[in-house]
Design a binder for this molecule. Sequence first.
Ligand code: SIN
Length: 495
Amino acid sequence: MPSSIASQLKNPNLIQTKPFINGEFVDSTSKKTFQVINPATEQVIAELPEQTPEEIDEAIKITHEAFKTFRKTNPYDRSKMLRRLYELMIENLDDLATIITLENGKCLTDAKGEIRYGASYFEWFSEEAKRVYGDTIQPSNPNNKIITYKQPVGPVGLLCPFNFPSAMGARKAAPAWAVGCTCILKPDGQTPLSSLALAYLAKEAGFPPGVFNVVLASVESTPMVGTKVCESPLIKKVSFTGSTAVGKLLMKQSSSTLKKLSMELGGNAPVVVFDDADFDLAVDQAIASKFRSLGQTCVCANRLYVQSGIYDKFCQAFAEKVKTFKIGNGMEEGVTHGCLLNTRAIEKVEDHVKNAVDKGAQVLVEGGRLPELGKNFYAPTVLYNLPKDAKVFHEETFGPLAAIAKFSTKEEVLELCNDTHFGLASYIFSQNINTIWYMSEYLESGMVSVNTGIFTDAALPFGGIKESGFGREGSLYGIDDYTVVKSINLGNVYR
Ligand code: SIN
């Protein structure tokens, strides 16, 4: 165990560096390892085994075996385990947040928010576990009755991203366990420690061996694990959060077994601010949406459209607030925004800035790299007078670039918003109920956030349309993705 990071925690057991299989942290037979690097300090914080293909096969088999008994457990018992896990996450909140900041680079306040957010899925689904309903239906034959109920889909594969190292695994595992599915989870190779900490707490919460298995692979070996999970006939569903390109590949791989899928893919969220918006609220909330985790969430504002009557005033106020950000090591007191995960993320931001400026956009806040802090630090850039064909309006930046364009009418802005293959989240700021309703109804996105920049919640059905994917996580609909409907026809009931 790397003592340097364990020594920063009240509960050093939360730092685990081995795969979690069948209820234990086990040694890998692999001689190869990969490193977990703190993106703020560029120091190696852990060295983990690069698991072999045979070990992944074995973990899949264990997930499959454990399903045979876990599916039969009492939902009230599963509810208690989920509730206990929620409590354990809250009890260990500071430590779990520290792990996120150390492996992901987001600031500690954001990391604490992520732990509360992830834990809330265990709380929510501890309650839903007891409320999985079916129907009774009268068929055409009056002597028969149809009964439906929802059964667990089977062992599931959870393929998780780096941007929410803890909450995305929680959001997927909570409904799976609520209905009696077992899971094999693969964390992103850059941020695996949060999933191992979750495994430690899941064991403490009483989840039986094999119900949760965490396999380890570097970024380079990730395709091997993805292929194994997607192609295995033993895995009945895959839930993936990540890019649209990878989502399409996983769909192809899953087609040989016709797996049930949930795909939470890329976004290109528009923020639309109308002249009649509550001005200060709109500025603050647009900033909150754009710069949450420094722009590294799928629902972050990717493009801002502000109506002509307030355009200049809005851009000025927005820029002034961005200049007050304190960028730094997320562990330091007073830091409002941490660093990006790696320099590839910065290169994408720079590419979008250059493209927009080359096409005539003007710079309101220059931003740029902060080498004095480290190679992964970037101060946010704010651009205005954006041309419609700028790359930033058509591709997800996933970083700290705010691009603000002007619009005149709601019809015009609606067309701009919908001119994309993506459809995850959209934001509207207005005080006119007709405008709000018109936009909410016709915006092509799975989620619309009105007058707030932060909207995700365990109670909200999270998911997209178009090439942002399908399936819903969280909420009462979250259960459906982990169940299949069984229909039973009772014949001759009046005989
Ligand atoms: C995501 O980036 O995929 C998740 C964002 C959220 O849940 O708020």
